[in-house]
Ligand binder design. Structure first.
Ligand code: ZN
Length: 66
């Protein structure tokens, strides 16, 4: 089995990634979570779109608060 898949395989369902994406707004991800996110986004157009949306919202919120 591919070691990367072995390591992250159980983490990369869309549900878990969407959790990461929303948690990312409150606190930084751990290095493993970051890799997991990046790896998943490369394979999954749906979460990639969600990620872009989240970042857009996050950025908008940040600007609003300043
Ligand atoms: Zn996904």
């Amino acid at each position: 089995m591919n070691p990367v898949k072995q390591l992250f395989g159980h983490l990369v369902c869309c549900k878990d990634v969407s959790h990461l994406l929303s948690r990312m707004q409150e606190k930084p991800l751990t290095p493993i979570e970051r890799v997991t996110r990046r790896w998943h986004l490369r394979l999954c157009a749906m979460c990639e779109r969600l990620d872009a949306q989240m970042r857009f919202l996050h950025e908008a919120m940040r600007r609003y608060r300043q």
